[in-house]
Every structure is written in C-alpha cells, then in structure tokens.
Design a protein around this ligand. Structure first.
Ligand SMILES: [Zn+2]
Ligand SMILES: [Zn+2]
Length: 328
C-alpha cells in the first residue's frame, strides 16, 4: 500500500505536511512542530538500526491466520528483554532523545541526564542495557512478571529523574524500534488474510484511516467510494479494513454510526471523525479518492487533532489513545 501510494506520487515529506498544517491551522503549529521532530527522529532511527527484523529474514506468517500480530512474541518478551532488543533500543535512543529534547525543551535537561545514563561506557545496573531493560519491562504488557516489578514512576523516584522524561524516553524509543520493524515487515503481510481492528505487525490500534481508490473484492463490494486502509498508531504499518464497520466493536449498523466534520471545513468530504454509539469509540479518516494533493501518512493524525477535540468533547474515546490525542 505504501509502495502503491509512492508509485502514485501521493506522499509528501514530514516538512511539507508540517508547512501545510501550519498554514491551514495556525493554532496547531506548535504541537505539530513537536510531533514532526519526533517523526523525523523515528525515520532517522531506522538508518542506525540493523536491516533485518527481529523475526529474521524469512519470518513465518502463520500467526496472522490466528489473529496474532507478527511481533506478538517480542511484546510478550518485554518482561525479560533479549540482549539484541536492548542493543537496538539504546541505538534508537541516541537518535530519539535529542529530538525529544528539541520537541519538549522543558524536559531537555532531564532527557540529557537519561541519555548520559544510557551511554555509560561501563554501565551498572541502572545504566545502559540494565536501565533499558527496566524501562521496557515497565512499559510492557507483563510488567508485574518482570525480575523487578516496578513502574516508570518507581524507577524515576529511585534514580531521581523526572517521570515524564523517563516515560517519554522509554515509549518514544520503543516506538522507533517498532516503526523500524514495521518498515521491514509490513510488505510481507497478506492483506487478504488480516481483517482485524488492530495492527498485523505490532497489535496497536489505528490513529487514522485512509480511503483510497482501489479495486474491490466481493467482501468489500459495498465500499464503492474507496478502500479503507488503517494506519497503526504505534508502528505506522498499514492494513485493510471493511469501510463501514466500527473498528472498535465491529458494529455495522449505519444508524449507530455518526460522522462529524469541522464546521468551517471547506472540504467536508476529506477529513472526518466517525463516532460509534455502541462502543463510544471514534476513528478518523482522510479521503484520498479523486484528490491530487499529497499527504504524509505519519503526520495525518496530528493534522486531524481538531477532530479529536470535537469527538472527545462529545464524550467519545480514540481508537489509539496517545499523549498527543488524549485531551484534557
Ligand atoms: Zn503496528
Ligand atoms: Zn463501535
């Protein structure tokens, strides 16, 4: 899909997308600039990570048939992260932490302290790979089964570091590692097999959906206006999903779904939020059908933040909550 969009010259850079957001919605300029810094850093992190996935050069795709994301075993291992993961985490952190410090200047001094701890030449228990392992365990799904069950807040208190800075270091760096994996793995996913509301690579929820031109197979016949592709809020992989189904609960009753657009939107058919009355989740979509302008897929979620505000004011919850789209 990404390749198809590139072939169609439909993609633009992070910088071009940022210029577009700043021009269209000046109030979003600051947050979009911070977001762009981290997106650029995620791209840069790919350059310093090995060209092979954790799953090797010929990963087995059979787990997808059972609805298991490809990186499920990696995520399940976070309570006891493997040395290779720690090595990659530390390599990515060297790129991510300076960008995070630029994006959030108030956290910069604390992020610098964390970077120094990561880079200790002769690291002790709370430094280098030891600290990386503690952080990955704390943000993983299985934290209570780690060798030393503790939260990010516990670690921050013990090491006299800021918990928000430590949390950002852990999550942004891990997301960069996941994004690198997705760039290696997403092309291998059979889009005819995966029909889930979560990412086939990492299991994350979608932060935006993209409607694009495309041939419809029988299951999707109803979607005359374009194929829906979901974009993972964690690793940025793309996958197809039935267009008129709620991603949160599978509801297909059009009476239970409501679409909202911004009041002042000159192109109300382009950017929308879809609210589900059954599960009270909402998803965002961008329609690329019959358009010639370019988009940056990673910047789309921040460009739609005004729709998050409208949907959350109505009491609905994002499909992929993040510090960016979780408002007041
Ligand atoms: Zn993902
Ligand atoms: Zn629903």
């Amino acid at each position: 899909m990404r390749k198809t969009l590139q072939d169609l010259e439909r993609l633009c850079t992070v910088d071009a997308a940022l210029a577009d957001i700043t021009a269209r919605r000046p109030a979003m300029a600051d947050i979009a600039t911070s977001y762009a810094l981290l997106q650029r850093a995620r791209q840069a992190a790919r350059e310093v990570l090995p060209g092979m996935s954790f799953l090797g050069d010929a990963p087995k795709m059979t787990s997808l048939v059972q609805g298991q994301p490809l990186l499920g075993p990696l995520l399940d291992s976070l309570a006891q992260p493997a040395p290779e993961l720690l090595e990659r985490f530390l390599a990515a952190a060297r790129v991510i932490l300076p960008a995070a410090a630029q994006a959030f200047p108030s956290l910069a001094p604390e992020l610098a302290k964390i970077a120094v701890r990561f880079d200790k030449p002769d690291p002790g228990a709370d430094e280098g790979p030891g600290l990386a392992a503690e952080l990955l365990t704390a943000i993983g799904p299985d934290a209570e089964n780690g060798p030393r069950p503790q939260t990010i807040e516990d670690i921050a208190k013990r090491l006299k570091l800021s918990a928000p800075a430590l949390h950002m270091s852990a999550t942004e760096t891990f997301l960069a590692v996941l994004g690198h994996e997705a760039s290696l793995l997403e092309g291998l996913v059979d889009q005819n097999v995966w029909r889930r509301g979560y990412c086939p690579v990492c299991g994350g929820g979608p932060d935006v959906g993209i409607l694009k031109e495309g041939q419809e197979d029988s299951e999707f016949l109803i979607a005359k206006a374009g194929q829906l592709w979901l974009h993972c809020g964690q690793c940025a992989a793309l996958w197809r999903f039935p267009r008129l189904r709620c991603v949160g609960c599978g509801c297909e009753d059009p009476e239970r779904m409501e679409t909202i657009v911004a009041e002042d939107d000159p192109r109300p058919d382009v950017e929308r939020a879809h609210l589900c009355q059954d599960c009270h989740a909402y998803g965002l979509t961008v329609n690329l059908v019959d358009r010639t302008d370019r988009v940056n897929l990673e910047m789309l979620p921040i460009s739609l933040l005004y729709l998050d505000i409208l949907a959350q004011e109505r009491g609905f919850t994002p499909l992929a909550p993040s510090p960016w789209n979780t408002l007041g």
